[in-house]
Write a protein that binds this ligand. Structure first.
Ligand code: ADP
Ligand code: MG
Length: 406
């Protein structure tokens, strides 16, 4: 990437503010997937081994600017401490006199985790005073939070006006992997897009129509495309207000000569339930009292065969309601197809739920890259500049400590 990274800086004895994305899913206070914590380890370990003092910070969930005991970073500190094999100390707040006292006690090689940044409304508001106070804790800023890089918040953007700002190792890996999809990806380049809704993914589908040779649609959002073709889908999820957009995208695909593939058959059920009776039908024959919950076996086969010829594949969004095991076949088939690809094929998976599906099958290490950033990876592929990335120092910049960097 064209940004300075932590490898370019002599960090020994320096206080380093590391913005990581430790926003893990929680259930009853327990972490259900620690991928993001593990993905943040290389940067943390690198800095600690080089005798930097690490002040680590992240958001967790959506506390909307208020303290929320269910969203404290404690479970993250505990998991991090297990993974690092050393105690991880925490502050009771992301800011305030207590934080300064804790920071003043730190020695080179020490690590301190700040409390949830989003307990302060100033974080998401990118408040300049809040950003300056965070910056005052450190000499250097490292952004490793690719998953939050599409947001200009105090800890991702504001802080870079006060400290030399460089990329962490995960940030670098994410940007480099996704950049390969933007600059001359080996062809054919095929994208598989699923998930519940078209509304959140219109822009990425449009961007991919210009970059890919084929876009394969699945999940609830394929329903809206089928409905736009006049097909009755019973009780299936259809976004009525997106029918025109779906029609427009199908016309655009024809104009660009990009193949837009839709499911031809589907698994249907009367309701979303793990013991619901399922049936396989053609998409044009969904019974009135049933809903599409997954792509059908013909579609699985057609998609897998089509993908087998690709040299580059990007996948976002499950093919069905994969949280229910009997509706997960389509999603699992896509994951396995990507995992089986030839060594020369680039496979990139992005998006919270699709990544969870891949992780659940134990296939993550079979992919070229599994992105930790859902929304950020989509915006990156849309060709948008991410504020958290743009704010980093360019690779050829000089680093000066101890003065304002604006
Ligand atoms: P990602 O997190 O990978 O970007 P999304 O969040 O866009 O994916 O979509 C995931 C959700 O889509 C899942 O909760 C899944 O149950 C839902 N979904 C997939 N197919 C259907 C369908 N046919 N009907 C309703 N919901 C669906
Ligand atoms: Mg999701």
């Amino acid at each position: 990437m064209d940004a300075k990274t932590l490898r370019d800086v002599d960090v020994e004895g320096r206080r380093v503010f590391v913005r990581a994305d430790l926003n893990v899913p929680l259930e009853d206070g327990r972490i259900t997937d620690d991928t993001r914590i593990r993905a943040s380890l290389p940067t943390i370990v690198n800095l600690l081994e080089r005798d930097a003092t690490v002040i680590l910070a992240s958001h967790l969930g959506r506390p909307k600017g208020k303290v929320n005991d269910a969203l404290r970073m404690k479970p993250v500190a505990d998991r991090l401490s297990q993974l690092l094999g050393r105690p991880v100390r925490m502050t009771g707040d992301a800011l305030g006199p207590g934080v300064q006292v804790a920071v003043d006690k730190l020695r080179p090689g020490d690590l301190l985790l700040l409390e949830n940044l989003r307990f302060h409304a100033a974080e998401e508001a990118n408040d300049s005073e809040f950003a300056a106070s965070l910056a005052a804790l450190a000499d250097l800023y490292v952004n490793d939070a690719f998953g939050a890089a599409h947001r200009a918040h105090a800890s991702t953007e504001g802080i870079t006006h006060h400290l030399p700002a460089v990329a962490g190792l995960l940030m670098e890996r994410e940007v480099d992997a996704l950049s390969k999809l933007l600059t001359r990806p080996p062809r054919p380049f095929h994208a598989v897009i699923g998930g519940a809704k078209v509304s959140g993914k219109l822009e990425v589908i449009e961007a991919l129509l210009s970059r890919c040779q084929a876009v394969l649609l699945g999940g609830g959002m394929a329903n809206t495309f089928l409905a736009a073709r006049g097909i009755e889908l019973g009780k299936s999820l259809v976004e009525e207000d997106q029918l025109d957009n779906a029609t427009r995208i199908m016309a655009e695909a024809r104009r660009k000569r990009t193949r837009l593939m839709l499911p031809t058959d589907a698994v249907v059920a009367p309701q979303i339930h793990h013991r619901a009776r399922t049936q396989v039908v053609r998409v044009a024959a969904v019974p009135k009292d049933q809903m599409i919950v997954d792509i059908g076996p013909d579609t699985r086969k057609a998609y897998s065969e089509h993908l087998a010829r690709a040299k580059t594949i990007f996948w976002n969004g499950p093919m069905g309601v994969f949280e229910v095991p009997q509706f997960a076949e389509g999603t699992n088939a896509i994951a396995r197809t990507l995992a089986r690809r030839s060594a020369a094929t680039i496979t990139v998976v992005g998006g919270g739920d699709s990544v969870a599906a891949v992780e659940g099958l134990g296939l993550a290490d079979k992919m070229t890259h599994v992105s930790t950033g859902g929304g950020a990876s989509l915006e990156f592929l849309e060709g948008k500049t991410l504020p958290g990335v743009t704010a980093l120092l360019p690779a050829d910049a000089e680093i000066t400590f101890g003065e304002e960097n604006t």
